[in-house]
Design a binder for this molecule. Sequence first.
Ligand code: NAI
Length: 242
Amino acid sequence: MLKGKTAVITGGSRGLGEAIAYRLASMGANIVIVDVGATDRAVAVCERCRSEYGVKAGSYKCDVSDFNAVKELSASVKADFGTCHILVNNAGITRDGLAAMMKEEDFDRVIAVNLKGAFNMIRHFSGMFIRNREGCIINIASVAGIMGNVGQCNYAASKAGLIGLTKTIAKELASKGVRCNAIAPGFIATDMTDSQTENPLLGMIPLGKMGSPENVAHAAGYLATADYVTGEVLRVDGGIAM
Ligand code: NAI
């Protein structure tokens, strides 16, 4: 279904990004993993994409919050893969704390990675989409960006911002054949949520359990091929944000 397409996935060396990489590779896409850390994990994800799904795969170390580094990254991906058709802005961090006590650097860093990082990627990769008159951007937001969440003013603001970014890019690039959607996951079992297993909000999930990275990856696979869907925010949350 995605044979001959190239998908760039930020934060793809573990968690949701890793699952999304396997999903898109299983659909035939070549995979580019972009991550700031864990180079060995990124290399291992690429190896599995190649051996299990027979696609081309490569990993790049890059901090998505760095505008110029992302510019260089886009040139490297273009040189190595020719172009890019699918961009998944998945890299994200948390630095939780109550707003009344939050350090300025914790607010700034979360916005820089989660929101500006997605902008940087779109800014430097959309030229390829526009030239191809085809492209698909998937931003991984969060239900925190829809509902807010105590202790996460920085994170919720970054994810709400990502939803506004998604709808604006969808409008700006629709005439160029480029779609842009967001996924808003709820509680998904990954390293990021390891510390959340006692969170009382878990008891409020209508479907009664945490989600899996594969649940989110399935939604990404859908959006990658949903030709008539743009500007959408797809909740994958067991119903918690209903
Ligand atoms: P994770 O912490 O397991 O993985 C995040 C990945 O992003 C890591 O590989 C990390 O090295 C990379 N990364 C962090 N900062 C980066 C930067 N500046 N540049 C490049 N790469 C960077 O997180 P997880 O749980 O897989 O989450 C992935 C995305 O899904 C995040 O955007 C997160 O906010 C979002 N999300 C996760 C939920 C969950 O329950 N796990 C719920 C809602 C949203």
